[in-house]
Design a protein around this ligand. Structure first.
Ligand SMILES: C[S@@+](CC[C@H](N)C(=O)[O-])C[C@H]1O[C@@H](n2cnc3c(N)ncnc32)[C@H](O)[C@@H]1O
Length: 336
């Protein structure tokens, strides 16, 4: 095989990988994987999830081809792989399907915007009606377990918050999973989440009611630049949100400082952009490099922990960074 043949084979495999995730997204979005827990004909499946029979037939054939489904005559059932794409499955593969389709959308936008240099901002995320509702669940499925296993036990700021019966504010809260995780673990913690997308706040409020946490955790829609608290709070969290407002960092950190009571803390969680470009070739950092292109479309870019620390110091906060692999959590404490 010539080197070109080898590269062609590799490209074909990559193409099939992208297609398999795109196909999974169609099933995730329309509830097909969940419905197929009960083996089903095409007609019964379409009726169960209230979608078109013709589309369902084509999807089932393709899902069979890619190994998501097996078939006994006309009856389709999930393979172990198909079962793992159910959004409610433990450790669901759903985020990979959503990320793949979101990446394709962002790549298409970046391709078109590159000549002019226009950066349309956050609204690009909301341009595809099928992707937006999955954005929060994708982030929750990707990061909540990691937060509960690795970050919560490692930082004493959360236990102190509980001991004080304090209030945590989550700015750019998405579907609110962070405050739900905190309030589930710590019975005295109360939380307020804010996000710019109304749709996220609706999802956050509903999921919090389902979790029985509505008496302690509430959400509102709004721009974090205009958010004020009635009285100083103990903790302000921003998860993957600071890089969205980095161009106004001096203003944002001054605002964060003024929201905190003395001794309170800002807890910033961001992917760690590496110091050295060579590190981007490594495993999961490739995805981070792609995502930084898609962040550029939204007017953002990823940050290095030392940049975050410097912005905290300039605002009078005392920073301390803890690294969790390629994730950085920077806690900035307001002096007493
Ligand atoms: C990458 S998402 C992270 C969501 C959530 N913190 C999580 O970890 O799942 C960034 C969030 O910040 C929100 N956001 C960005 N700029 C904002 C602003 N100026 N005001 C309020 N929310 C904002 C976006 O709507 C989005 O939900």
């Amino acid at each position: 095989m010539t080197p070109l043949d080898e590269m062609r084979q590799q490209a074909m495999q990559q193409g099939q990988g992208a297609m398999s995730l795109a196909l999974a997204f169609v099933g995730v979005h329309n509830g097909l994987f969940e419905a197929l827990v009960a083996p089903s004909t095409v007609e019964a499946l379409a009726a169960r999830v209230a979608v078109d029979v013709g589309y369902t037939r084509r999807w089932c054939d393709a899902a069979f081809a890619f190994g998501y489904l097996d078939a006994d005559g006309d009856v389709f059932r999930l393979t172990a792989l198909g079962d793992a794409y159910r959004p409610s499955a433990p450790g669901s593969l759903m985020p990979f399907a959503v990320q793949s389709v979101l990446s394709a959308h962002m790549a298409e936008r970046a391709a078109g915007l590159m000549p002019s240099g226009e950066r349309p901002g956050e609204r690009v995320l909301g341009e595809r009606a099928t992707i937006l509702p999955w954005f929060g669940p994708m982030l929750e499925a990707s990061f909540r377990g990691f937060f509960e296993r690795e970050i919560l036990p490692a930082l004493d700021v959360f236990a102190s918050l509980d001991a004080a019966g304090g209030v945590a504010v989550d700015l750019g809260c998405g579907n609110g999973w962070y405050l739900r995780a905190l309030a589930s673990r710590y019975p005295n913690v109360r939380g307020i989440g804010l996000d710019g997308f109304e749709e996220s706040i609706r999802g956050a409020t509903e999921a919090t009611a389902r979790a029985g946490l509505s008496s302690r955790v509430t959400f509102r829609a709004g721009d974090l630049h205009h958010y004020t608290v009635d009285e100083p709070v103990d903790l302000v969290a921003m998860n993957r949100a600071l890089h969205h407002v980095w161009d106004r960092r001096d203003e944002v950190f001054a605002q964060l400082f003024s929201m905190l009571r003395p001794g309170g803390a800002v807890v910033i969680w961001e992917p760690r952009w590496p110091d050295d470009r060579a590190q981007l070739r490594d495993g999961r950092r490739r995805a981070m490099a792609f995502q930084n292109l898609s962040e550029h479309v939204q007017g953002n870019h990823f940050l290095r922990p030392d940049e975050i620390e410097a912005a905290m110091r300039a605002a009078g906060l005392t920073p301390k960074t803890t690294l969790f692999g390629d994730e950085a959590v920077v806690v900035g404490t307001r002096p007493r």
